[in-house]
Design a protein around this ligand. Structure first.
Ligand code: 6CS
Ligand code: FE
Length: 307
């Protein structure tokens, strides 16, 4: 019997959430960095920073010419009637403008190349210490004037509860495709919060994703827990030019403000999960989310293991 055969509810759940009457702050029971400096492009000091803080930044992951190519593709997707009508496209509450396009590495060959790029997947393999597959990909437009916020949350809490991700062995990369300023809704992370699992209140309703991807409530921490984390860890806001990137651990407490400026804050967001951490059945939801949000094909991202 493999892990995949064990129903989630029979597995020992080290990260219970959306079950109890009270919130809880639980210790992380998984490593953060699974590989070493010799396993990829991340040097020892940066790996240590990821271990301690839960994230790393790359000032110029993409060259300006590459950024322009991805921005061109963003515009093309935004004007493609097929994309606009696709269920993988999520609209902003209120304005109806595009908020996100999910499974963008399947919708767009241009973004598929980015997933296979050693500068991207090589870093993910190094942090996770194994081959990896794409659990989720999306482009976020966060348009000017109407880009809504992403309230504080741990991605792992959702991926564990709703997608059946067993352990904290996944990493996200957010690559800026427009300049991220202090004022146009950039990513905020609580440094070090990845080592605390916030067990949330509430029960996951059926088809929760139809609401949560526009504005998440179930699976977001209570304010007392957030206050404890914010006072303990602080808050870091990530700014940087288009082409810069932030990689962060699946359990970082993070969020981003709305965007009422004329300047869009668009990014591409790719989630790599270890092939040794493939999703099972949801730990706290009535059913699985669609595969365009939580992949059920665990085929590793192709390409040579950078050594
Ligand atoms: O539910 C999810 O999987 C998505 N929601 C957010 C706000 N971040 C992680 C992920 O893209
Ligand atoms: Fe998130």
């Amino acid at each position: 019997m493999t892990v995949g055969d064990i129903p989630a509810r029979q597995m020992i759940d080290d990260y219970p959430t959306r079950h109890g009457p009270e919130p809880a702050l639980l210790y992380r029971q998984d490593a953060v960095v699974w590989g070493g400096p010799e396993d990829g492009p991340i040097d020892a000091a940066t790996l240590q920073g990821f271990e301690d803080n839960g994230f790393l930044t790359v000032d110029r992951l993409l060259e300006p010419t590459e950024v322009e190519r991805y921005r061109e593709e963003l515009r093309r997707l935004q004007q493609d009637p097929k994309v606009l009508a696709d269920e993988r496209t999520v609209a902003e509450r209120g304005s109806g403008e595009i908020r996100s396009v999910f499974e963008v590495h399947k919708v767009s060959e241009v973004f598929a190349e980015l997933v296979r790029d050693p500068r991207v997947v090589g870093r993910a393999r190094q942090i996770l210490g194994s081959d990896v597959y794409v659990h989720q990909s999306r482009v976020n437009y966060k348009p000017g004037y109407t880009g809504n916020d992403f309230y504080w949350h741990s991605d792992f809490e959702t991926w564990h509860a709703e997608d059946g991700m067993p352990r904290m062995r996944a990493v996200s990369i957010s690559i800026a495709l427009t300049d991220n300023h202090v004022y146009n809704g950039g990513l905020m992370i609580m440094p070090g919060s990845h080592k605390t699992f916030v067990s949330c209140l509430g029960e996951t309703p059926a088809d929760h994703y139809k609401e949560s991807l526009r504005s998440q409530e179930i699976g977001t921490p209570d304010q007392d827990s957030l206050s404890i984390l914010a006072h303990r860890y602080g808050i870091e806001l990530f700014t940087g030019p288009a082409g810069s990137a932030t990689m962060f651990d699946c359990n970082c407490m993070h969020g981003s403000n709305g965007n009422i400026t004329p300047f869009p804050r668009s990014n591409v967001f790719i989630v790599f999960n270890s092939v040794d951490n493939a999703c099972v059945e949801p730990f706290a939801a009535p059913g699985r989310r669609p595969s365009f949000i939580a992949a059920r094909d665990f085929t590793p991202v192709a390409g040579p293991r950078e050594t």
